[in-house]
Design a protein around this ligand. Structure first.
Ligand SMILES: [Zn+2]
Length: 221
């Protein structure tokens, strides 16, 4: 059961087609796993279409919104099974698959965390798959912008809340330090819209790596 969803205004912007590629990828991936947000997006899209119709003289008929909602498939999607080491594609929601090369390899990101960087065509965002070992801690860090993490496998706890597959963790400042559940590795899609500042002991070791990433992202702005 998905407990942590995306902010409503982000779904509205997604339905309106006004999100940049990074956040749009986050919404598309969450919506692929979350029937509730999928219904919302479809409703916004339907209302958007109805409002466009409204510009023409034909009035919006009574109950049009309810009918649009009723026509939307709100069945919960099948949650992908946990991935084996070699079967990453099995846990990726469809919109995410084309961003992950078939032969993508996990690279060390420090502190036991591994990553696969995703190539975005436009926008200032960083998108990355993160793999935190079961029972492991993601280096303590804070953000100069927003960080969205969508859990694809495993689970983590952050600031007292637990995030399982399909859940989105939205982190702004202050600093945080996600802790993965013991057992299966936790794999997340992270989309970041500002440089990360690492603050813990591991953080100081990782900082040069992240500065490089932030520089690359800034170059694309
Ligand atoms: Zn949702």
């Amino acid at each position: 059961m998905i407990a942590h969803h995306l902010p409503l205004d982000m779904l509205v912007d997604y339905a309106a087609g006004s999100l940049k590629e990074g956040p749009a990828l986050m919404v598309a991936s969450h919506v692929a796993l979350c029937a509730q947000c999928r219904t919302q997006v479809a409703a916004f899209e339907a209302v958007g279409g109805a409002l466009l119709e409204e510009v023409r003289p034909a009035p919006l008929s009574e109950g049009a919104f309810e009918r649009a909602l009723a026509g939307i498939d709100s069945r919960p999607p099948a949650m992908p099974a946990p991935a084996s080491q070699h079967d990453l594609a099995a846990i990726l929601p469809l919109p995410l698959r084309r961003y992950v090369p078939a032969k993508a390899r996990w690279k060390h990101a420090g502190g036991g965390v591994r990553e696969i960087g995703l190539k975005l065509g436009e926008g200032p965002h960083l998108a990355v798959l993160l793999r935190i070992p079961g029972g492991g801690v993601m280096a303590k860090h804070r953000h100069t912008g927003l960080e969205f993490s969508l859990v694809l496998q495993g689970a983590f706890t952050d600031r007292g809340a637990r995030y399982a597959p399909g859940d989105v963790c939205l982190a702004a400042e202050p600093e945080h330090e996600p802790l993965a559940d013991a057992g299966v590795d936790c794999i997340c899609l992270a989309v970041i819209d500002g440089p990360i500042v690492l603050t813990g002991r591991i953080g100081r070791l990782l900082n040069p790596w992240l500065r490089l990433k932030a520089k690359r992202a800034a170059a694309r702005r």
